[in-house]
Design a protein around this ligand. Structure first.
Ligand code: RB5
Length: 157
């Protein structure tokens, strides 16, 4: 809590390819209006670009602590979520609705959310991002499972 006794909005890194740039702009506007410091890592236009570049940039920002959470958008959300998850510090969830956004925070402690601009409408996407950023991890049995997603863990023979 800050001195005004209101919750502090965590910093968020944003990234998208050309297919996701319009939805990213809507998300950026909503997050800034809600008081989040926003780091927009591009893309910034509709020229065709490669989604792995932006998934990796947001993943690095979160992994290095420059942002608390990441939000990624491409056409389906699939490619950019795969890209982000190549960073071992990242648990990126591809989400299509508010329920997925809530559960991936509660159960997976996801630190990045990926959305598909060709799959999910803007209002649902904005609700999902708000839910993602305000839902705490439940811990408990989920903590043990998330631990097994860490780079150091390996299954017993
Ligand atoms: C770009 O056309 C599209 O392939 C990309 O946005 C994404 O959907 C990939 O997974």
């Amino acid at each position: 809590m800050n001195p005004a006794n209101t919750p502090i909005a965590p910093p968020v890194a944003l990234g998208a390819d050309h297919a996701g740039v319009a939805l990213k702009a809507a998300i950026r506007e909503a997050l800034e209006a809600a008081g989040h410091p926003v780091m927009d890592l591009g893309t910034h236009g509709t020229d065709s670009v490669d989604y792995p570049d932006f998934g990796a940039a947001v993943a690095s920002a979160v992994a290095e602590g420059r942002a608390a959470f990441g939000v990624l958008v491409c056409g389906t959300g699939i490619g950019i979520s795969i890209a982000a998850n190549r960073n071992p510090a990242i648990r990126c969830a591809l989400v299509h609705d508010v329920t997925g956004a809530r559960l991936t925070r509660q159960h997976n402690d996801a630190n990045v959310i990926a959305l598909g601009a060709r799959m999910t409408g803007v209002e649902v996407a904005l609700d999902a991002v708000r839910t993602f950023l305000t839902t705490p991890f439940e811990g408990g049995r989920h903590g043990r499972r998330v631990q097994k997603l860490s780079p150091g863990w390996s299954a017993s023979p």
